[in-house]
Design a binder for this molecule. Structure first.
Ligand SMILES: Cc1cc2nc3c(=O)[nH]c(=O)nc-3n(C[C@H](O)[C@H](O)[C@H](O)COP(=O)(O)OP(=O)(O)OC[C@H]3O[C@@H](n4cnc5c(N)ncnc54)[C@H](O)[C@@H]3O)c2cc1C
Length: 383
């Protein structure tokens, strides 16, 4: 096997395969030698990605389900809203991996290597990836492994952790055109805690018990919460669990570097590059937007190490401020989200959380949240 490439994609999860798909679709990269390395073969339905976007994205052919009505619940009020410009979309992990990997079959410029990466480092004009038995070099290494993650601690991060069950019932029970984004009518003793419910047919729904807190719970606690919610809040006595999903997503104030080394030959993508939104854990959409820009840069013969624009820094600051409020418990997460969804048009909240809000929407959002905690956290996160 050759050891020298134009591009190495280190990590073939969401970000790695999203990049591979773009490179493989574009004739301009047809002659580029690309190596994809991962510690495992990607076949399992190990996660369900949801995100909202306007119009159609490049993964539209594998959107499993989408919703145009969302609801948000607290003990005080329920807000059910029709989306006008966004659609809330779901993609299944195994369908995503299969779609990308089958799409590149037969392309001679693309190779795969399965093995644990031990080290990634820079040399003059190249990035180097080392496994137990091989050393590969490339003009650029696009990394989404956790080798360059900053230190995640309880001081700088919350964890978004959840257990989800896909359940199936015998009778038509769910409305497949309406998803529950956050049901906050739950005990908040562990921190920000809500149920998330995504019905895909009248008889099937994914129900996830989700928390933002410093530490994960014992498995029995997630199970007890799901059982109680399904029985008491949804009023379902009999059901079959057809799929289970557990996840931990870092919601962190730690700085994730976009590139490594003076020559910037190692480009971090995905969570590794800081493309997980700190205050919500959503990643899918931000990864796609970053990779769109990265491809434009590569095609123009420029470096794919993209600097943050002033706008991106401002949006980061909003995001870090919101996370700082939650992390330092200056306000309860449920109250903050409730005020946003009560006082601001819900689609503007979604635009804000997708980094697509207008100045007017941001003004409304700033004036809908408790001022004291946000000013104090905003100051903390200025530098
Ligand atoms: C269960 C779950 C559900 C989620 N749901 C959503 C959602 O609904 N919406 C959303 O926006 N985000 C969601 N996320 C968050 C985020 O989208 C995912 O974590 C996403 O997979 C991150 O993409 P990534 O490419 O950075 O990392 P990954 O997809 O985890 O890819 C990293 C890859 O690197 C490989 N790797 C790591 N270390 C090494 C090594 N040393 N050597 C070789 N290979 C290595 C791994 O095997 C993996 O394939 C979810 C996360 C989880 C865990």
């Amino acid at each position: 096997m050759s050891t020298s490439f134009d591009y190495i994609i280190a990590g073939s999860g969401l970000a790695g395969l999203s990049l591979l798909h773009r490179l493989a679709q574009d004739e301009q990269f047809a002659e580029m030698k690309i190596l994809v390395i991962d510690g495992e073969k990607k076949t399992k339905n190990d996660r369900t990605w949801c995100y909202w976007e306007k119009g159609e994205g490049i993964f539209e052919p594998i959107v499993h389900h989408s919703w145009s009505t969302l609801s948000f619940l607290t003990p005080e009020f329920t807000r059910t809203f029709q989306l006008e410009s966004y659609q809330y979309k779901m993609i299944l992990g195994d369908e995503f991996y299969r779609f990308v990997l089958e799409g590149v079959k037969g392309k001679n410029n693309i190779s795969f290597y399965t093995g644990e990466i031990q080290k990634i480092y820079s040399e003059a004009n190249s990035g180097v990836v080392q496994t137990a038995s091989e050393t590969f070099r490339a003009t650029y290494v696009f990394n989404s492994t956790n080798l360059f993650y900053p230190k995640i601690t309880t001081q700088n991060s919350l964890l978004q952790h959840f257990l989800g069950w896909k359940i199936k019932v015998n009778q038509p029970t769910f409305n497949p055109s309406e998803a529950t984004l956050m049901d906050f009518t739950l005990d908040q003793k562990h921190g920000t805690t809500f149920m998330y419910m995504l019905p895909t047919t009248s008889q099937e729904a994914l129900v996830e018990y989700t928390l933002f807190s410093p530490e994960v719970l014992e498995r029995e606690e997630y199970i007890a919460a799901l059982k109680r919610y399904i029985a008491e809040d949804l009023g379902i006595a009999e059901y079959e669990i057809t799929h289970e999903e557990f996840g931990i997503i870092p919601m962190s104030l730690a700085r994730f570097d976009r590139s490594i080394g003076g020559e910037k030959r190692i480009i971090n993508i995905g969570t590794a590059g800081g493309f997980t939104k700190a205050s919500t854990g959503y990643t899918f959409y931000f990864v796609q937007k970053h990779l769109d820009q990265l491809i434009v840069s590569l095609k123009a013969g420029k470096s794919p190490a993209l600097k943050k624009t002033f706008r991106e820094k401002t949006l980061d600051w909003y995001d870090r401020t919101l996370l700082d409020v939650l992390l330092t418990k200056k306000a309860e997460g449920r109250d903050v989200f409730a005020q946003l969804f009560k006082n601001v048009p819900p689609e503007s909240v979604l635009a804000f959380l997708a980094n697509e809000s207008t100045a007017w929407e941001e003004f409304r959002i700033r004036h809908s949240v408790p001022l004291g905690p946000f000013i104090s956290s905003g100051m903390n996160q200025l530098f």
